[in-house]
Design a binder for this molecule. Sequence first.
Ligand code: NAP
Length: 250
Amino acid sequence: MSYNFENKTALVTGAARGIGFAVAEKLASCGAFVAIVDYCSQEDGERSASAISEKFGVKASFYRCDVSDFEQSKAVTEKIISDFGGIDMLVNNAGIVRDKLVLKMEESDFDAVINVNLKGTFNMIKNTYTHFMKKRAGRIVSVSSIVGLTGNAGQANYSASKAGVIGITKSVAKELAGRGVTVNAVAPGYIMTDMTNALSDKVKEQFTAQIPMKRGGSPEDVANAIAFLCSDEASYITGEVIRVDGGLAM
Ligand code: NAP
């Protein structure tokens, strides 16, 4: 499915690799200009941006930023608005895991995950909020997780952060609905990226066995749902959470 994002700018966080990169590629393939925001090295980020601009012939630039840092997020959104002339789509995708049972979880494990996954999402929304309000148009899509809906042993910090992403999504959807800005979330299940590659083969097999479709998803599966939520075709959908999980959390 292709959409028309010509002359529109997408800011995608955590877009140097994984799901974020697939999202940046999908939006660029529909004509969007892409601002890649990531905490990776300058070299890696610029490589990802060049790959997209060369493949799709659109403007794509890299901005190094730790989304959990409010001042960095503010500076980077201001720079992107100035460089691209505005932002039409914000995709909050940057995320980390520090999986442990609460028994072994340190306060620092909890804080780190909340700060990137949840506060990072707040920071990016807060720093683009007035821009979207004034524009009276826009799309905000945040990447939650099915464990934000179901919980998961060993992921108290991560599932709390992802449940929080759903809470902020629904609240901001209500705040911005009258301004023509839609705010939605996707909740991926088991998606094959570096994040899940770190799991042992045994754990991967256990996950896959539980999925009704009997396979993990691809980053492109998630990117397709996000592109839809960014499109004109989704203009009457707001405050929604779309699971992309092969049926795992139904
Ligand atoms: P990934 O392969 O680990 O990629 C995450 C990206 O986010 C990396 O490029 C990383 O940069 C960046 N990032 C991390 N912390 C950041 C920060 N503070 N500021 C800016 N960028 C930061 O992960 P993924 O699997 O693609 O996951 C993407 C999103 O989907 C996450 O929010 C994750 O929780 C969610 N999700 C994933 C799955 C799954 O099965 N994979 C399932 C449900 C939800 P570095 O290169 O510097 O690390």
